[in-house]
Design a protein around this ligand. Structure first.
Ligand SMILES: [Zn+2]
Length: 101
């Protein structure tokens, strides 16, 4: 898995930078000082959707089939979301600001 690159100078962003991007509307490159727009790539959307489906299936399964307690269910959902947030920065893509205008 690769982290996003600056669309202007191809400087790779770091993991913490990608992590913080999810809260930001713009990314300022430390190398060329140009702004780009962080977006979630297609694969990120697919994975996010899959995780949403899996977690709802898990809720139903554990509640009706496994008869697991609320604690087990919460723990499973928590682990799924932790996993998603760990891989999330790899799915961020950077787009040049001009493209959106
Ligand atoms: Zn740059």
């Amino acid at each position: 898995m690769n982290l996003a690159k600056c669309p202007y100078c191809s400087k790779k962003i770091t993991y913490p930078e990608a992590w913080h991007l999810k809260k930001k509307l713009k990314f300022l490159c430390s190398e060329c000082k140009k702004n780009s727009i962080p977006t979630l790539g297609v694969s990120g959307k697919i994975i996010g959707g899959t995780i949403a489906i899996i977690s709802s299936l898990l809720s139903v399964l554990s509640f009706f089939v496994l008869r697991a307690g609320v604690f087990v269910l919460a723990l499973m959902l928590f682990l799924i979301f932790v996993l998603f947030f760990l891989v999330f920065p790899f799915f961020i893509e950077l787009t040049k600001t001009e493209k959106l205008n």
